[in-house]
Design a protein. Structure first.
Length: 126
C-alpha cells in the first residue's frame, strides 16, 4: 500500500498570530512555553494519511483512535481556508461519506487541496 500523503497539522502556518503571541508571552511571563507545548502536542496527536485505496485518520498520543475510510465510499471533500490559511497553504479538510455530517474533520492540514485532488484522481481511476 503506497502512501500518497501523510501529514500532521502545522502550528505556525495555521495560526501565525497565536504563535507570535505565544513567543512574546515566553519573554513576558513564561506562559507562552505552556501554550506552545500544549499546541505542539495537539498537532502531533492528529495524523491524516492518504493511501492508494484509503484515507486514515489517527487521533491521540497515549490512547489512539484509528478511522479508515475507503476512497470509493467518499462522496464529498470540503476544504475550508481563511485568508491567512490560503497565504500559508493550510486549511481544514472535511470528508463526507453517506451521512450529512463529515466522517473526518482535520484542521490545520498542509496542502489541503492536494488531498482533495489525490482523492478525486483515485476515485476516477477506480
Amino acid at each position: 500500500m503506497r502512501v500518497l500523503y501523510s501529514e500532521n497539522p502545522v502550528m505556525f502556518k495555521n495560526n501565525p498570530l497565536g504563535f507570535i503571541a505565544s513567543v512574546i508571552l515566553i519573554a513576558a511571563f513564561g506562559l507562552g512555553i505552556i501554550i506552545l507545548l500544549v499546541w505542539y502536542l495537539k498537532t502531533k496527536a492528529l495524523k491524516l494519511t492518504v493511501t492508494e485505496h484509503d484515507i486514515v485518520l489517527e487521533k491521540g498520543l497515549l490512547s489512539k483512535e484509528h478511522s479508515e475510510i475507503n476512497i470509493d465510499s467518499i462522496r464529498t471533500i470540503r476544504v475550508s481556508q481563511s485568508f491567512f490559511n490560503r497565504i500559508f497553504g493550510v486549511g481544514q479538510i472535511e470528508i463526507f461519506t453517506a451521512g450529512d455530517n463529515p466522517e473526518v474533520v482535520a484542521a490545520g492540514m498542509p496542502e489541503p487541496n492536494r488531498v482533495r485532488e489525490l482523492v478525486k484522481h483515485r476515485s476516477a481511476e477506480q
